[in-house]
Design a protein around this ligand. Sequence first.
Ligand SMILES: NC(=O)c1ccc[n+]([C@@H]2O[C@H](COP(=O)([O-])OP(=O)(O)OC[C@H]3O[C@@H](n4cnc5c(N)ncnc54)[C@H](O)[C@@H]3O)[C@@H](O)[C@H]2O)c1
Length: 184
Amino acid sequence: MIDIAVIGAGRIGAVHAASVAAHPGTRLALVADPFGDGAARLAAPYGARATTRVEDVFEAADVDAVIIGSPTPLHVDQIVASVHAGKAALCEKPVDLSLDRVDACLAAIAGQEHRVMIGFNRRFDPSIAQIHARVADGEIGPLEQLTIISRDPAAPPAAYVAQSGGIFRDMTIHDLDMAAHFLE
Ligand SMILES: NC(=O)c1ccc[n+]([C@@H]2O[C@H](COP(=O)([O-])OP(=O)(O)OC[C@H]3O[C@@H](n4cnc5c(N)ncnc54)[C@H](O)[C@@H]3O)[C@@H](O)[C@H]2O)c1
């Protein structure tokens, strides 16, 4: 059994908590979010502990792995803290909006990069996985051109635009991952 902590009890944190709780090989041990009762509300249905002190995650002896679902500017520090605490980390995309910060993150965890996975979930989407398998099987012959179109189902809230930089800054990294996935 792998005991997992979720950092950030927002939109994506709730998705991860539900996935951890649903998987037979994982247990939701702890939810951390500094604001309000978000952590407590997310943890309660799963019987997990909750804290408003994020450092508790890195200090908890019973936490094997960390899922980082906090706002993007916090990802680098929380990746580094997780790895230095000896825990595996699944961090939401993007790692950071600054390449210098991403490079600094890699330098800080040098030799332990294998402990970190980034939330490029589209690779695991059943419809995309099926297309990938069919391309790999040679169904359409050699891949000569890859066209990726991404849309959100509705206009985003103003708060998302203000903090994320909008759909192109926040989500094009998914398209770059898709391109790498299909072309590698
Ligand atoms: N892979 C995907 O498809 C996908 C989808 C949605 C979001 N994301 C990414 O997930 C991240 C979070 O997005 P969201 O939509 O869940 O945002 P959100 O605003 O709904 O949730 C963020 C949560 O983090 C908490 N938080 C704030 N400061 C914190 C801190 N210092 N430590 C820990 N938690 C803190 C907030 O209180 C909030 O509950 C973003 O980086 C976003 O790009 C990825």
